[in-house]
Structure formats: C-alpha cells, structure tokens
Design a protein around this ligand. Structure first.
Ligand code: SF4
Ligand code: SF4
Length: 667
C-alpha cells in the first residue's frame, strides 16, 4: 500500500474514491438544489416589492452591516462570538470547497489557491479554525449553561447541531492537515495549528496516519455536505440569506410599506392588508428565511418588557412556520392553521411601533411593516380592532383631528400672538405645521406658542395653514386604517402644493416623519425639518442667543420617531449642552436604544392594562437623577408627565418640558 497519497486514490468497498466522492457530492448537491428551489418558489410567489434603488448605499450597508457585522457587538460577548464564527466559517468554506474540488479532480490535486496566496490562506485558515472551534464551544456553553433569556423559544436543538457540525468541520480539517503533514504531503507550508496536531500524531504508524488522513477527509466532506443541506431546512438558512437581506433592507426607515407596491389605488384592491401567506411580499419571505432566532428584537421590545403578550421574535418565527407549513419541501400543504391564529390580535395591538426591534435586529428584519399589514387586514377587512379606536377614526374623518375639536378651533392655540395664515403666493420662507397636539392639547399649545415666539424672536418669516391644516394621518396609518391615512395625506398634500410650500417646520416627530417620509409617495415633496434641528440651526447661526444660565441637570428622552426612525439624536443634545449651566445626563437606555414613552402605534388612544410603558420609562429617567426631562414630541411630553406622577421606582419626580420651553428660559 502506498502512503502519503490523497484519500481519493483509494478504493472503498470496491468503489474508487473519486467515484464515491462524485456520487456523494452529486447526491447532496441535488438534494440541496431541490430544497433551495422549493424555498425559492416561496420567494417567487411573494408579492412585488421594489428594492433595487440606491444600489451604492445598499452596497455600503452590505459591507458595514453584512460583512463587518456592525450591529453584532451591541451584545459584546455574543457579538464577538458571532463575528469569529461568521468569518471562520467563510474562510473554512473555501477550504471545504477546495477539498470537494480535489476529490473530483483526476490526477494531481486541484488547488484553488496556490503559491504565495495559498500559503497565506493556509496560515490564516489554520488560525481561523482554532478560533472558530473555540468560539463554537463557548457558544454551546453559553446556550447550555448561561441560558440568556432572549434564547427562550428559539430552536435550541438546531443551534447545538449546527454549532456541533461547524466544530466537527474544524476538527476534521485539522486532523486531515495534521496527518497530511506527518505523511509528508504538505511540505514547506506554515500551518501552526496543523503542525501542532501533527506533533501529537508522531507515535502513529504510517498506515494508521493514512487511515486517519482518509477518515478525516471523508468525515469532513460528508459533514460539510450535511451542514449545507441542513441550512435551508433550519433557522441557519440565515447563513445563506442574511447578506441578501441586509442588501435589500429598507432605505427610508420611517416610511411604512404601502398595502401593495404594484397597485397604488386602494379602490382597485379586493383586500387590503395581510391575512394569509399569499399576501406577503418576497422581501417578507426573505425576512423569514433570515431570522437567526437570536431574540435581540424581543429583548428590546418595550411592550414585552412590561409583560404584554408580544414578542417580535415569536411573530417572525410563527409567520415563517406558517409559510413553511403551507409550502412544505415535500408532501401536502397544511392549511389547518390560519395566519390569523398564528399571530393573535392581542399580539398585534400590543405594539407601539417604536422600531426598537428593527433597530436591534442584526439581519435587518422589518417587523413593523408586517404588524401594520396584519392590522390593516383586521381593521379594514375584518372589523376586528380595539373599540377605543372607533372614536379616534371618526373624529379624524369628520373633524380632521383625533379629538374631534374641528377645524374651526384650529387657531385657538395662537391666543394673542400675531401669526399669519399662509395664502397662495405668499412669500413666507417657512410653514409651521402646528399639528393636532399643538392646536388642541392645552399643555402642548403652550409649546406651540413658545416655538412660534422663538421663531419670531429669531426673525423667521413664517406662517401656518391656519384652519386648513388637518391631521397628518400617522395614528390612522399605524393603527391599520390606510384609507383614512391616505384621505388625510391627499388633502394636506393638495393644499400644501396649491400654496407652493417649500419648507415646513414640524414639532411632532410623528407628523415630521409622515410629512418627510410618507407624503412624497403621494406627491408631497417639500423640505421638512423637525423643530429641534431648526432651533439648533438658529442657535448656531446666532439668531437665538442662549445667554442666561440655567443651573439644571437635564435628561433628554429620545422620541422613537425622531431618533430611531429619522436618526436625529444630536440636535436636541447640542441645544441642551449649549445652554450655560446645563448638565446633560442620560438615562440608561438612550439614543438608538432609547425606550419608548408608550404612545406610538395608536397607544394615545388604546387602553393599557398591567404595567405601563410610560411609568417604566419615567422611572428609568428619574434614576439618572435629572432636575428636568427634555422632550421633543407632544406624546412623549404627555406620557412622561403622567409617568413621572405615577412611577414607583423612585420618589424623585423631575419636571418634564419640551426643548422649546427650556430654550425660552435661557434667552
Ligand atoms: S415596534 Fe416596538 S413595540 Fe412593536 S414589536 Fe417592535 S419593539 Fe415591540
Ligand atoms: S427578528 Fe432579528 S433580532 Fe429578532 S430573533 Fe430574528 S434575527 Fe434576531
């Protein structure tokens, strides 16, 4: 028998090694392609969703968030483990592909990387194998012993199986290489870990080494092919689909997906919203394939934190399972369970649409669009929604505001200020969008007056829409009433376009997000600025001089629709830091991790039972020890004001103000 030769050169059970390898590879490739084809059919049956705009930005995102895994280290231990396993697996996949190719090539070995690049690769691969093996063992230990809460409900067996298989791939390759070095196959290559393995094998005879070399080769080959086939059958499909999912992510975070991308007119649709798997888009399906079941979304969900029956991870898994049941790889579709049973109304109506789940998801899964799509179905097709919303819908439809005050009273907030309505052709620079809260909420009307006063002081040439402004429609849209939202949007856009409005200042982040991100799709294209950014620009330009000392510790609470959805974290903080005497303090959860006030997604009108989100948040801010809390949203102001009065975490109840009110005191 000849030693120091490639395992494919032997005959196994009467079958030449090359033929055996070819058979195994062909069989598993056929199974893999069939499974992927079935999964791909699910993608193909999804509704349209155009995602090829902004290709350069998408590629940048793919590099930073896909390959460099920027979001992973937000959980330092798990993040570093994941990055090591991800890169180790990528490096090792090249090695496994090389082994597959070697086993199929006739004659001499087939080398993908050779010469100096092969040597560098061999060196890196060796180190990557050790690092990946260590990371896999530690990940198994964490799951089994530490048991982080966010993994509850995830498929643990699949996780252990895949981590075990990846570890096995590393071990078999090290044994293959180590025995190869001992047999004199790999000469002159620097492979430190394989060389150490080879040293451990010095006592083994040549026949024994060759048997080990052969066994390691076949075990590596089979386990790689087994792993490959397991991927599309398990949550580890994300290994294949996560990078495309990152590439195809939403480009305008604050814009809700329309009911259909291909049919704009709601009257042409026979149903609105998602009631079955066939109503999902291909991107929704790709989301399902890509969920890693890491639980980061649920870990950051405020509704889940206060004990409501809502877990964005569970919803994603339930929808994926439903899609798979109705479209199995083999056998008949199972339609016994309806999608409406897979995700209950209770879960759907628990969401505040705060976007925290999406912010944390490492593979950029879009939870809120799906929740709203299912709300649309329940509101518009099934008449199944919380009764508290009926009055809000009616008020918006009839009176143009959620409280039902009516357009005639829209200018009462002005009191004795002199503010002009903008008329057609008026030469105003800015339209101040007062919003329903500014017009009708007695507390927030004061903020609207403060803002108008500040703009006057800074010499801004502005006007309002007066009695013609109507609700922006945010709450209608986020509670699933797309008809009502579109009616409001179209009326407002027609008015703004007729008046030739170019720039709008909005103080409510919900209105700001709607006008800026959602109105363009309906023909409303104007510059939209939030009052925090606008005021900061006035301060920076010297038009507002903050000269009075305000000796206060102030905590800024991030509004979800200003921060997470629109990335505005800096302007409010810069304003506060520029006031003499102010010390900015931060609550534990701030900026992109900021905890919702509890009002979004219709919760200004929905009844909360059990622990309240606003009280939880108020207690958390109070724990930072501020004298005052600054907000930049009418709903945050109301919710935190109430929350401060009621929270039990501390006796300490700081005053809650809007940024404009704090600026006024510093002038
Ligand atoms: S949007 Fe917020 S409340 Fe809704 S599921 Fe996501 S994290 Fe939870
Ligand atoms: S949706 Fe995203 S964050 Fe949530 S479990 Fe899946 S991968 Fe993790």
């Amino acid at each position: 028998m000849k030693y120091g030769v490639h395992p494919k050169s032997f005959v196994y059970f009467g079958i030449p090694g090359e033929v055996l390898a070819g058979g195994i590879i062909a069989l598993s490739a056929a199974i893999f392609l069939f499974i992927c084809f079935r999964r791909f059919q699910l993608l193909r049956q999804g509704l349209s969703d155009p995602r090829m705009d902004s290709v350069v930005d998408r590629l940048k995102g793919l590099i930073t968030d896909g390959f460099l895994q920027k979001r992973q280290p937000r959980y330092p231990v798990a993040g570093i483990l994941h990055i090591v396993i991800f890169w180790g697996f990528l490096i090792l996949s090249l090695r496994s592909i090389q082994l597959l190719a070697e086993s199929l090539s006739s004659g001499k070995d087939f080398i993908i990387l050779s010469g100096i690049s092969g040597d560098i690769y061999g060196f890196l691969k060796d180190l990557a194998e050790l690092a990946t093996l260590a990371a896999c063992i530690f990940a198994i230990y964490r799951r089994a012993v530490v048991q982080p809460k966010r993994f509850q409900g995830s498929r643990q067996f699949e996780a252990y199986l895949v981590l075990g298989l990846i570890s096995f791939l590393m071990i078999t390759d090290l044994l293959f290489n180590g025995s190869g070095i001992s047999l004199g196959i790999y000469k002159g290559q620097v492979q430190p870990i394989s060389s150490m393995v080879s040293v451990l094998l010095t006592d083994i005879s040549k026949p024994g080494l060759q048997s080990l070399h052969n066994a390691a080769f076949w075990l590596h080959l089979i386990s790689f092919l087994l792993l490959l086939n397991l991927l599309p059958l398990s949550k580890h499909f994300h290994i294949i689909t996560a990078l495309p999912n990152v590439f195809f992510r939403k480009q305008i975070r604050g814009e809700l997906k329309p009911p259909r991308w291909d049919i704009q007119d709601l009257d042409e649709l026979d149903r609105v919203g998602v009631s079955s798997v066939s109503d999902f888009t291909w991107k929704n399906m790709l989301d399902f394939f890509s969920c890693t079941e890491c639980g980061r979304c649920t870990d950051h969900c405020p509704a889940n934190a206060v004990g409501r029956n809502l877990s964005p991870k569970k919803i994603t898994m339930a929808l994926r399972d439903q899609a798979y049941k109705e479209n199995p790889i083999l056998g008949d579709s199972d339609h016994n369970q309806k999608l409406t049973d897979a995700v209950t109304s209770e879960e759907l109506w628990a969401c505040t649409t705060c976007g925290s789940c999406e912010e944390q998801c490492p593979v950029f899964i879009e939870h809120v669009d799906k929740i709203i799509d299912m709300r649309r179905d329940r509101v518009m097709m099934k008449n199944d929604f919380p009764p508290e919303l009926i009055q809000m819908f009616r008020n918006i439809e009839i009176f143009g505001d959620p409280w039902g005050n009516g357009m005639a009273r829209r200018k009462e907030w002005i009191e004795n200020l002199e503010i002009n309505d903008v008329g057609q052709g008026d030469a105003v620079d800015i339209v101040y969008w007062v919003g329903c809260s500014g017009a009708f909420d007695s507390r927030y009307a004061g903020v609207a007056r403060s803002l108008a006063g500040l703009m006057k002081k800074a010499g801004v040439n502005f006007g309002t829409l007066g009695k013609l402004e109507r609700c922006c429609g945010d709450f209608a849209r986020r509670t699933g009433n797309e008809y009502l939202f579109q009616a409001m949007a179209k009326e407002n856009i027609t008015l703004l376009n007729r008046l030739g409005v170019k720039k709008i200042v909005v103080s409510c982040p919900h209105g700001y997000n709607t006008l800026k991100n959602e109105y363009p799709r309906f023909g409303g294209k104007f510059e939209v600025v939030h009052h925090s950014r606008f005021l900061w620009e006035l301060i920076e330009a010297g038009s507002l001089k903050l000269s009075k000392t305000v000796n206060k510790k102030i905590a800024y609470h991030d509004s979800c629709y200003l921060g997470r959805y629109n990335g505005e974290y800096e302007a409010p903080r810069r304003i506060l830091e520029s006031i003499p005497g102010v010390t900015l303090v931060e609550a534990d959860r701030n900026r992109e991790k900021g905890f919702c006030c509890g009002a979004g997604g219709g919760y200004m009108w929905l009844v909360e039972t059990g622990q309240r989100v606003n009280e939880t948040r108020a207690g958390e801010i109070a724990a930072a020890g501020p004298d005052q809390v600054a907000t930049a949203c009418p709903f945050c102001l109301t919710m935190l004001d109430e929350g401060m009065a009621a929270h039990e975490q501390s006796e300490y109840k700081p005053e809650v103000l809007d940024l404009t009110e704090i600026i006024e005191k510093a002038l």
